[in-house]
Design a protein around this ligand. Sequence first.
Ligand code: CTP
Ligand code: MG
Length: 173
Amino acid sequence: MGPLTLPAGALCVLVGAPGSGKSTFAARYPDTWRVCLDSYRRMATDVEADQSATPVAAEIQNLLLDARLSRGLTAVVDSTNVFPHVRAGLLARARYWQRPVTAVLFDLPLPTVEAQNADRDRDRVVPLHIVREHHQLLPDADQLHHEGFDAVHPISELLATGTPPLPRSTCMP
Ligand code: CTP
Ligand code: MG
């Protein structure tokens, strides 16, 4: 699967349970596009799952999003984003900077997500009950449109159809 072509300067929000393939998807774009709470928690504490660092990680993420969106640079938010209030904060940021906002919905069946999670390196495997809780919280495409996403791409459709290549320039004029 090639990377999905995103509108110039877009905020792209990945929505999916742990193990559903968000970081694998994000890795198809330039690494500077990706903002990731796990990475900032790890930088703050050496442990990416250390939730005590979520507030500082969120501050770093927000600073980077403002820096990129204000310049018309694309950003891909690589975290679960299954909670509506988290998506609402991201949508508000995109609206503030008047940027298009796209969701990629990791709507894979739970057994697929469980299998992908189980196949990871041991220290990356997320406890099963957390995978299941997050999977249950997944919104559907209609809900994401209703929340205000300009475009919603279910990963099941991207996997089925393939996707066009990235544009040469993704920066706003
Ligand atoms: N994977 C796969 N096929 C895909 C996508 C992912 O086999 N189409 C595998 C990856 O190689 C990885 C696992 O599934 O071993 C989880 O993918 P990852 O991208 O790490 O999932 P995330 O959604 O980013 O998980 P987390 O929220 O825990 O970061
Ligand atoms: Mg990930």
